[in-house]
Design a protein around this ligand. Structure first.
Ligand SMILES: O=C(O)c1ccccc1NCC(=O)[C@H](O)[C@H](O)COP(=O)(O)O
Length: 262
């Protein structure tokens, strides 16, 4: 069983609890900019900055950090989006973290979880997310299409995550506009930025906003994935461990050599 299989089993076990009661969070009424538009129109590499307390690969990363303070620092430093890990059993996150962050910032907010059912999307929306993540490896084509359509109909944007070229094709087939390649192998936890380069070479449309996820630690890493074609990066651990979040984040905001969207 891979870690992804284990996480999905956990998610399945949580569904009855979610289905038993309607989501109830303090209302979030903000209108946020579109992540897709930001990615497609900016000349700098955009940073999706993650609130990540712990992970299966690293254990505890930063359990003491206040999500609102961290998210506010990210926003001040120019993040394009805040990613909030809401998965509890493996990442120590929660929908309450998401709701608190959504109340505090005006930029897009990504609910980073392992979605297998529409009810989870209802919770993400109610808690204040404007973007959700769908992981191709965790879903059949039918599930992927159904959850994608369900989210878009709720006015959510969707970051579709892929690990290889076959998954890229599946993401393209459902009309995904924002596609992220996860540089972390979910079986071995090895991280290699060359994955971004390999998969970028198979992108056929310039209308797709292409993101590189995981294992971005410094400006050299940002330059590598930007040169490969990434318009944005999704960064968790390196920012959570940084003593100077704003400087660490700003170091990643490199100028893109070709105007994105062209
Ligand atoms: O981070 C993990 O160990 C992990 C394990 C299994 C599934 C997903 C996992 N991470 C989720 C993410 O996608 C990352 O949090 C995100 O891309 C940021 O990665 P990093 O900058 O390396 O913290």
């Amino acid at each position: 069983m891979t870690i992804l299989d284990k996480i999905i089993e956990q998610k399945k076990s949580e569904l009855p609890g979610l289905l038993a009661q309607a989501p109830s969070f303090p209302a979030v009424t903000k209108v946020r900019p579109s992540l897709y538009e930001t990615l497609m129109t900016s000349n700098t590499l955009q940073v999706i900055s993650e609130m990540k307390r712990a992970s299966p690969s690293k254990g505890d990363i930063a359990t003491h950090i206040d999500p609102v303070e961290q998210a506010t620092n990210y926003e001040t430093a120019g993040a394009a989006c805040i990613s909030v890990l809401t998965e509890q059993a493996f990442f120590k996150g929660s929908f309450n973290d998401l709701n608190a962050v959504a109340q505090a910032v005006t930029i897009p907010v990504l609910c980073k979880d392992f979605f297998i059912h529409e009810v989870q999307i209802d919770y993400a929306k109610a808690a204040g997310a404007s973007v959700i993540l769908l992981i191709v490896a965790a879903l059949t084509d039918e599930q992927l299409q159904a959850l994608y359509t369900y989210a878009v109909n709720l006015d959510l944007e969707v970051l579709v995550e892929v690990h290889d070229i076959e998954e890229l094709q599946r993401a393209v087939n459902i009309g995904a506009k924002i596609i992220g390649v996860n540089n972390r192998n979910l079986k071995t936890f090895d991280v290699s930025l060359t994955k971004t380069r390999e998969i970028a070479q198979h992108l056929s449309s310039s209308k797709i906003a292409f993101i590189s996820e995981s294992g971005i630690w410094n400006r050299d890493d940002a330059e590598y994935v930007a040169n490969a074609g990434a318009k944005g990066v999704l960064v968790g651990e390196s920012l959570m461990r940084s003593g100077d979040v704003q400087a660490a984040l700003q170091a990643l905001q490199i100028e893109l050599s070709t105007k994105v969207g062209e």
